[in-house]
Design a protein around this ligand. Structure first.
Ligand code: FCB
Length: 458
């Protein structure tokens, strides 16, 4: 007998997107380049040299997209604001046309009875800001941008995410070179991580000042790291990765400063010369650990990692063990729903953030329309089912999860993978921008209607 997993009455069911991944219109109405525009113009940084120039053309089709959400019964929508549309010089002069776009979008969402959750920074940093997040003055620019946007929209948008995935915006971008600006400098990467956290902390009081009854959080990508063996080498590889991805952000946000084991590893790597790096100034940790209303968690997979087989390997020479062929998405990520249960539970019991909102979860599969124009994406449905069930179980166990957003509403520009990855509940035909809801889109509508889902009893 299938069992029904119910959800709390006020649970937020939504979908998520980000500006650069869907909007296109990168040269329109006074928008300046972001670091992703310049990165995308650099040959071989992005698969097939794709870019966000057109993407889903959402800048022109926003009305149709909101109507689609409404028709599909999606109650909440997480989107991001493009900083270079609003402050093309990074700070200073305001571009009214940029504000107007989001003004219309927000009004239309509210008219459609869709709850807006706005992300201030989803990686499209204005390219004019010198040295990006390595430069401490970018923090001031971010606070200014936060002020401008929350003054403009704080009367209607009450729920704000400051920064999306500071791990990706710092270490992945400045140490591993995979995201814009594509550097490989561990010291700069840690500096960027610190400034992103500082920008979050400094923005919180600014939002509160402009937006009464605001609910504010930061979005972290989180997930477990496990090992194939219990050897000391493998365990320390997992500890290292967990430090860089999970604890490097959770610790300072919840009053614990940076993980000492991680700083010690960076010293061993020659990337730091002290446990008190000079980019940390007096009172920074007080600013970073400001109380927030929720923690936003983005979860996709777990990672199995092991030590390099070299005789004397460096702490960051971690080898990723690929998941079984039959249990991975197109991204090569393992399908591991229990990891979401583990992740939100660990965060709740160890850090007590108050509320947790799962602001991204979803899967890339390549399904295309069949001869009848239908997209049968059973694997996505199975993925979502497993993960939503995990949240239901976590809630039953006392973990205060108050919302869930599928990544993504529609197929879009998947960063360095370009358009090769399709995460959408809605299929995009990039030749004519047609939107085709996949089977998963209707399945998700049913979950929302029932405020829960049926699962097979284990
Ligand atoms: C996350 C990003 C999001 C999307 C998903 C697949 O890391 O926040 O923009 O690309 O991965």
């Amino acid at each position: 007998m299938p069992e029904f997993v119910p959800f709390p009455k006020s649970f937020q069911w939504g979908t998520a997107t980000a500006a650069y991944q869907i909007e296109g219109a990168v040269h329109e109405d006074g928008r300046s380049d972001s670091i992703w525009d310049t990165f995308a113009r650099t040959p071989d940084k992005i698969l097939n040299n794709d870019s966000g120039d057109i993407a889903c053309d959402h800048y022109h089709r926003w009305k149709e997209d909101i109507q689609l959400m409404k028709d599909l019964g999606y109650k909440a929508y997480r989107f991001s604001l493009a900083w270079p549309r609003i402050l093309p010089d990074g700070c200073g002069k305001i571009n009214q046309a940029g504000l107007d776009f989001y003004d219309r979008l927000i009004d239309e969402l509210l008219r459609a009875d869709i709850f807006p959750l706005a992300t201030l920074y989803h990686w499209d940093l204005p390219a004019v800001l010198p040295d990006g997040w390595v430069n401490r003055s970018t923090v001031n620019a971010f606070v200014e941008y936060t002020g401008v946007t929350t003054q403009a929209f704080g009367d209607r948008v009450k729920n704000w995410i400051t920064i999306n995935e500071p791990f990706c915006a710092s270490l992945l971008s400045y140490k591993y070179g995979m995201h814009a600006p594509g550097l490989q400098d561990p010291y700069k990467a840690l500096t960027a991580a610190h400034h992103l956290l500082l920008a979050h902390g400094a923005a919180v009081p600014e939002i509160r000042a402009n937006c009464t009854d605001s609910q504010i959080g930061i979005a972290l990508n989180q997930g477990p790291y496990t090992t194939p063996t219990r050897s000391q080498g493998d365990l320390s590889a997992a500890r290292f990765s967990d430090g860089e991805v999970n604890r490097c952000f959770l610790y300072p946000l919840y009053g614990r400063r940076y993980p000492a084991d991680m700083l010690a590893d960076y010293i061993q790597l020659g990337a730091l010369n002290s446990m008190e790096p000079e980019f940390i100034k007096d009172h920074d940790f007080e600013i970073i650990s400001v109380t927030t209303d929720f923690l936003a968690v983005n979860y996709y997979t777990r990672n199995v990692v092991k030590a390099s087989s070299k005789q004397k390997s460096k702490p960051d020479e971690v080898i990723r063990v690929p998941p079984p062929e039959n249990n991975q998405t197109e991204m090569g990520w393992e399908v591991f729903p229990y990891g979401l249960y583990e992740t939100v539970s660990r965060i709740h019991w160890e850090y007590r953030p108050g509320e947790i909102i799962v602001t991204e979860n979803g899967a890339s599969y390549a399904d295309k329309p069949d001869i009848n124009g239908k997209v049968h994406d059973e694997k996505r449905i199975a993925y979502l089912k497993g993960h939503i069930q995990s949240i239901g179980k976590a809630i039953q166990a006392g973990v205060p999860v108050s919302g869930y957003y599928v990544w993504s509403l529609m197929d879009n520009f998947e960063w360095s993978r370009g358009y090769s990855q399709r995460f959408g509940l809605v299929y995009i035909d990039y030749t004519n921008q047609k939107r085709i809801p996949k089977d998963s889109a209707a399945w998700y509508r049913q979950v929302i209607r029932q405020n829960g889902l049926f699962v097979d009893n284990e």
